[in-house]
Design a protein around this ligand. Sequence first.
Ligand SMILES: NC(=O)c1ccc[n+]([C@@H]2O[C@H](COP(=O)([O-])OP(=O)(O)OC[C@H]3O[C@@H](n4cnc5c(N)ncnc54)[C@H](O)[C@@H]3O)[C@@H](O)[C@H]2O)c1
Length: 314
Amino acid sequence: MVTSRKTVLITGGAGFIGSHLAERCLAEGHRVIAIDNLSTGRLGNIEKGITFLHADICDPSITTIFQKEKPDIVFHLAAQISLQNSLRNPIQDAQTNTLGTINLLHASKTVGIQKFIYSSTGGALYGEPEYFPCDENHPITPLSPYGQSKYFGEQYIQLYSRLFRLNYVSLRYSNIYGPRQDPKGEAGVVAIFTNNMLDKKTPTIFGDGSQTRDFLYVSDVVNANILALSEKANGAYNIGSGIETSVISLYRELSALLHFKKEPDYRPARTSEVSRIALDSTKALTEMGWKPEVELQKGLAITAEYIAANRNPN
Ligand SMILES: NC(=O)c1ccc[n+]([C@@H]2O[C@H](COP(=O)([O-])OP(=O)(O)OC[C@H]3O[C@@H](n4cnc5c(N)ncnc54)[C@H](O)[C@@H]3O)[C@@H](O)[C@H]2O)c1
């Protein structure tokens, strides 16, 4: 539990991870403001008690919102999250992920916030790993405009820390899954496979399925954000399970859960997607006391149950 009530402003608060974080902050007793342009987020994700502001993080009027609401803490999650979209439209990706972040940093400096907590990426930052699992000292060689634009965000935050003593934490997430993830996007393989299987449609695997990802349940990433509030937490931290799971074994797990018998439809591997990834989160354990709590099998079962109960079949 927190020691004092703060005003927390969550960008992307109507999205998948942001809405879970907003609920947790509310439960911890904070005043919660969610900012979202609803490009992928949904109003239905906003719980009663959360102040919702329909706004774009790239808009200069963000500073006026900050002046009015006076946030103590900014959790910055709003982003263009699709790696494939970033290849198709790198300008739009950089506008949201890099310029949007700078706009928020400017507003944060103007009102003098206590801490800026950034949702970065571990999965798209390090490129094809030179060793496993990747720690924070691994060379940063993104393979997509998305990975690059998120990293520019991190670097700009560091600049604001050097120039204006901004306190910050950048959390480099692995592949997050759980209830409310958008199954229509390209990013949430758990949501996509589960929806396809429930619709009796054959899911597509890009590549031969041997590519690995580091899957982490959404409540674990929410815990990391809450622990990032502590004074000890400072700088960049990997947030992942450290476990490599192949896409085909994820497929098998979900098939078994949902009694789905068909084999996947294999298509050629997509550009910019790494063949293996796993994150070493020892630094987050040592400095913030964070560790993953929800095992994959359990997280998948909760997610599949949620999707089955809430989806709109087509
Ligand atoms: N889901 C993952 O596996 C994962 C992995 C690594 C990093 N991340 C990061 O976590 C954050 C949240 O991702 P998510 O999976 O919840 O995605 P999401 O798409 O559900 O959430 C992003 C939210 O930001 C909003 N948004 C987008 N552009 C905006 C803009 N210009 N102004 C205001 N709001 C805007 C969207 O409407 C959406 O609600 C992102 O920063 C993403 O880069 C996610």
